[in-house]
Design a protein around this ligand. Structure first.
Ligand code: ADP
Length: 645
């Protein structure tokens, strides 16, 4: 049961424990990717704003120069001479916020493409990188302003350089169409340390409420891989000028010319960054424009979203386990009841039933089917048991009958052979005894009065001879009872009892035995009076012999039915020791006697033969108060007459 419960639990919780986390991880991965994409899209649009600002700056520089080159003021100043022109240009340089502004005559050589373009008649501006000498040649001391000491930076490409002394400038040129001035106006704005420029970009991108939001933005201009203008801070108020970009960004943007849109390690923290390569007027990649915002707040937001989702999952899991267990109990409880009922049934309690499970589903149906089956098994078992019991009783009866028949058969066999022998022996004894008796009579006759001295001995011989005769007679009576049967008469047992008591009186009184008789009015029976007398005397003598120390001999005569046949019963009880239970069945066996040397063991056997021949029954049992109880039942004479008709 435990395993089924466990398996069900696993089955139910498996989707929750395995699939839910998978879904959760997949969902979170997808969400993270989308989130990152949004961040990258943000930084990309930031980068476009910065790029556009740079383009506008270039365009404005070109336009300013073009306006100046074609202005009447320049023409007027030029008309006043070179000094006046230069003064005018100096004042305009300051007004326009440029770092240098000069007139370059056509005959002067120049390698710069912007100047070549101006000479071709088109005003323009571009980014260019100037050496320190070139800077100083255009404006003394400009190279000092441009110079930036390099700061060792983590993750940057190693370098031996100690400083960046070149200058990145917005380089503009415009043809001049003023009389007396054949050439171009050339101007430059130094971008190294140009914090106005970078702060304007930063303000445009990040201080704008719509696009900036609450992001902590940064912007940087790189000359090569060196930060020459930035608002990225090293410390609280120290800008990270002179630090360098990481090797990875440098490789992708400067070396390969890609736009970088990804997270990047900027100076000392991770930023969501966008890097754009900057080309000079020759078309070479000379620097980068960077914008980015700090990743940490977004990473923190992401983390808290993860934790929230994990928490929600855990909450659902914790909530669903007890809920499931409660629901599962509705399934397990009837199953457990079914198992218990089955084991009770197997242990022999056939009345065990599952009963009402309270569930109307498949389990409830199975339970009621099972109950029906159990009921049927119990019914069948009961029927089977009844049949087995009936058959067993029949067999027992049959066995008893067989045993009784067998005993009777054995007894008949035994009696038949004993009878044969006894009859032979009795005849053989009778002849010598008759000879002895005859000779004793001859002795008496011959001796006459002379026999007196031995008269006692002769009388003794006579008595012993008559005893031998009686014994032989009994033996013959046992062996061939038919030969001795006399004519039957209708007698009252009560009278026979009274006669017999007179005959055995001397035996009873000698042993101090009192006699207690109870005579009820009972029907007469039909039997040879001598035979029934013999039976009674035998019973009375046996009782007297059992009561050596005296006692009470109770004799009762009463009417009694046997197998619905009317009759009379004689009951003879004594107060002797009774008969040992294991020998009680043997007392009617011929020659069974406990009176070794005194008894013949034939008394009860002959009595049984005589009673049975008269259609009666004789039986014995031990009385509840001790002593033997012999019962003789004989059919009523009238009943025999009625049966005979
Ligand atoms: P016998 O008296 O010659 O022994 P019986 O056939 O009359 O032969 O009796 C057989 C045996 O039955 C007796 O030896 C005795 O052991 C037992 N018996 C008969 N009557 C009684 C009695 N009233 N009380 C105890 N034992 C008895």
């Amino acid at each position: 049961m435990t395993s089924v419960r466990l398996r069900l639990l696993v089955l139910a919780l498996l989707p929750l424990i395995v699939l839910m986390p998978l879904l959760l991880v997949a969902g979170m991965a997808r969400w993270t990717a989308d989130y990152d994409r949004v961040l990258i899209a943000n930084v990309e649009s930031d980068l476009r704003i910065a790029e556009q600002y740079l383009a506008r700056l270039l365009a404005e520089t070109g336009t300013d120069l073009e306006n100046l080159a074609g202005s009447a003021a320049l023409a007027a100043a030029a008309a006043d001479g070179v000094d006046s022109r230069d003064r005018f240009l100096e004042s305009r340089r300051r007004a326009l916020g440029m770092d240098f502004l000069y007139f370059l005559p056509d005959q002067a050589e120049s390698p710069w493409p912007v100047i070549a373009k101006a000479r071709a008649g088109q005003a323009s501006a571009a980014i260019d990188v100037l050496s320190p000498e070139a800077l100083d040649a255009r404006a003394p001391g400009l190279s000092d302003r441009a110079r930036i000491d390099l700061i060792p930076t983590q993750a940057a490409i190693p370098t031996d350089r100690a400083a960046e002394d070149r200058g990145m400038i917005v380089h503009g040129a415009s043809p001049v169409s003023v009389p007396g001035m054949q050439g171009v106006l050339v101007a430059g704005i130094l971008l190294n340390r140009n914090l106005d420029f970078i702060d304007t970009i930063n303000a445009l991108v990040y201080l704008n409420a719509v696009t900036g939001g609450d992001r902590q933005g940064t912007a940087t201009l790189f000359l090569d891989d060196v930060r020459v203008s930035t608002n990225v801070r090293l410390f609280e108020d120290v800008r990270a000028l002179g630090t360098r970009v990481s090797a990875a960004v440098r490789g992708a943007v400067l070396d390969e010319g890609h736009t970088w849109l990804d997270r990047a390690f900027v100076v000392n923290r991770w930023y969501i960054s966008g890097y754009l390569p900057i080309l000079d007027s020759f078309g070479d990649r000379v620097g980068m424009l960077y914008v980015g915002f700090l990743e940490a707040p977004f990473a923190a937001a992401k983390r808290s979203a993860y934790f929230w989702m994990l928490g929600a999952f855990g909450f659902v899991l914790v909530l669903s386990i007890p809920l499931f267990l409660k629901l599962a109990k509705g399934i397990f409880a009837p199953l457990e009841r079914m198992t218990q009922t089955m084991s009770r049934f197997e242990n022999g309690d056939l009345s065990a039933r599952i009963g009402e499970t309270g569930s109307r589903d498949e389990i409830g149906t199975v339970a009621s089917h099972l109950d029906a089956l159990l009921r049927e098994v119990q019914d069948r078992d009961r029927i089977l048991n009844e049949r087995v019991e009936a058959r067993t009783a029949e067999l027992r009866d049959a066995n008893a009958k067989i045993e009784a028949t067998f005993r009777q058969l054995v007894m008949s066999e035994k009696l038949a052979s004993i009878g044969e022998i006894t009859a032979g022996v009795a005849h053989e004894i009778n002849n010598p005894v008759a000879v002895i008796q005859g000779n004793v009579d001859v002795i008496r006759d011959v001796l006459g009065p002379a026999s007196r001295p031995v008269e006692t001995e002769l009388d003794l011989i006579d008595r012993q001879i008559s005893r031998i005769g009686a014994i032989v007679g009994k033996l013959l009576q046992f062996a061939r009872p038919g030969e001795y049967s006399a004519d039957t008469e209708t007698v009252a047992l009560r009278d026979v009892v009274t006669d017999c008591l007179i005959l055995v009186d001397h035996v009873l009184s000698r042993k101090a035995i009192t006699v207690d008789t109870t005579f009820a009015s009972a029907p007469h029976v039909r039997i040879d009076p001598g035979e029934i007398q013999q039976v009674m005397i035998n019973l009375f003598i046996n009782a007297a012999q059992a009561m050596d120390e005296g006692g009470v001999l109770s004799i009762a005569v009463e009417p009694a039915q046997q197998n619905e046949v009317d009759g009379t019963r004689l009951i003879v009880c004594d107060t002797g020791p009774g008969i040992s239970p294991e020998r009680i069945d043997a007392v009617f066996d011929p020659f069974y006697t406990t009176k070794i040397g005194e008894g013949t063991g034939l008394g009860l056997s002959i009595s049984q033969t005589l009673v049975q021949r008269a259609g009666g029954l004789i039986s014995v049992e031990n009385g509840s108060a001790g002593g033997a109880v012999f019962t003789v039942w004989l059919p009523a004479a009238e009943a025999l007459d009625a049966a005979a008709q």
